[in-house]
Design a protein around this ligand. Structure first.
Ligand code: CO8
Length: 296
């Protein structure tokens, strides 16, 4: 039976939540994450034959996983724990079948003013997701709206369930995306569709998102998480060290010029020759056997 690290920051709510049946489907071989405090808004597990995949499920069903400050703080903590766990080679972030996340918490933002946002660096902690060095897959079922779509786009790969809907509806609330939506969506789907989505607030379906290049694969709703975990497990079976280098190099394509990006790539390519795993990988090929990577 899967052990789930879950719990609470508020003691009353803790007891209530722990009595509820877990909406998290048991994962084969899943185990408790060994972080300190348990979480109120997340369930975190390790899974896979080698416990090499960290799965973070957003669990705030009453608000369709709206990304309140508490949830994002916990997400940062969970990511840090999995980032520091040498067994984990890739991470999956998912939500429920109804919602990956319906955006930043509108009720939390409703009465804020500019000064409060600016002085407190409101929601700056969201950046944590995009600084994780291990590969992250977003497994998106249901709504991925506003900050939810932005969260998915901070991940490295997006897999979608066939009923997923992506959108940046901030314009309908009198604001604009604030967690990278105008930048990452434009890079992912191009100017025309990004403008249309951001200026109208209209959503796109999983199929449209696949056609536009926002997601790499679409699955039946029930199969999405397994598919994301299988992909994460495959990634984790390679050298974790070299995977981090590959991720850094691909990300350079979004942050630099082509010339700078190819220089970064070359430097990292040469750097792989300083690793045991590069030697093992090529030796294993020549010896016609499977490579045994040691992440060194
Ligand atoms: N924030 C807070 N509560 C929410 C949110 C949200 N984003 N989305 C849904 N909820 C709540 C509803 O208020 C409702 O609660 P209650 O029962 O207490 O009224 C509950 O979730 C269920 O929602 P609905 O009854 O509305 O469910 P429906 O199935 O009818 O509709 C929708 C689902 C279409 C997803 C609808 O809830 C909706 O439109 N939600 C808002 C989507 C949205 O506008 N998202 C963008 C938010 S703004 C944003 O994300 C900016 C990000 C900036 C980040 C900056 C970082 C630095």
């Amino acid at each position: 039976m899967a052990a789930v690290l879950r719990g609470v920051l508020r003691p009353g709510a803790a007891r209530r939540r722990l009595l509820l049946p877990s909406p998290l489907r048991p994962l084969p071989g899943a185990r408790c994450c060994s972080a300190g405090a348990p979480f109120q808004y997340l369930a975190v597990q390790k899974t896979g034959a080698r416990q090499s995949v960290g799965v973070i499920r957003l669990e705030r069903p009453q608000a369709l996983n709206a990304l309140c400050e508490g949830l994002m703080k916990e997400l940062g903590q969970a990511l840090e724990t999995l980032e520091n766990d040498p067994q984990v080679g890739a991470i999956v972030i998912t939500g429920s079948q109804k919602a990956f996340a319906a955006g930043a918490d509108i009720k939390e933002m409703q009465n804020k003013n500019f000064q409060e946002c600016y002085s407190s660096n409101f929601l700056a902690g969201w950046d944590k997701v995009s600084t994780v060095r291990k590969p992250i897959i977003a497994a998106v079922n249901g709504y991925a709206l506003g900050g939810g779509c932005e969260l998915a786009m901070m991940c490295d790969i997006i897999y979608a369930g066939e009923k997923a809907q992506f959108g940046q509806p901030e314009i309908l609330l009198g604001t604009i995306p604030g967690a990278g939506g105008t930048q990452r969506l434009t890079r992912a789907v191009g100017k025309s569709l990004a403008m249309e989505m951001i200026l109208t607030g209209d959503r796109i379906s999983a199929t449209e998102a696949k056609e536009a290049g926002l997601v790499s694969k679409v699955f039946p709703v029930e199969k999405l998480l397994d598919a994301a975990i299988a992909c994460a497990e495959k990634i984790a079976s390679n050298s974790k060290l070299v995977a981090a280098m590959a991720k850094e190099s691909v990300n350079a394509a979004f942050e630099t010029t082509l010339a700078e990006g190819t220089k970064t790539e070359k430097r990292l390519f040469y750097a792989t020759f300083a690793t045991d795993d590069r030697k093992e990988g090529m030796t294993a090929f020549v010896e016609k056997r499977k490579a045994n990577f040691t992440d060194s």
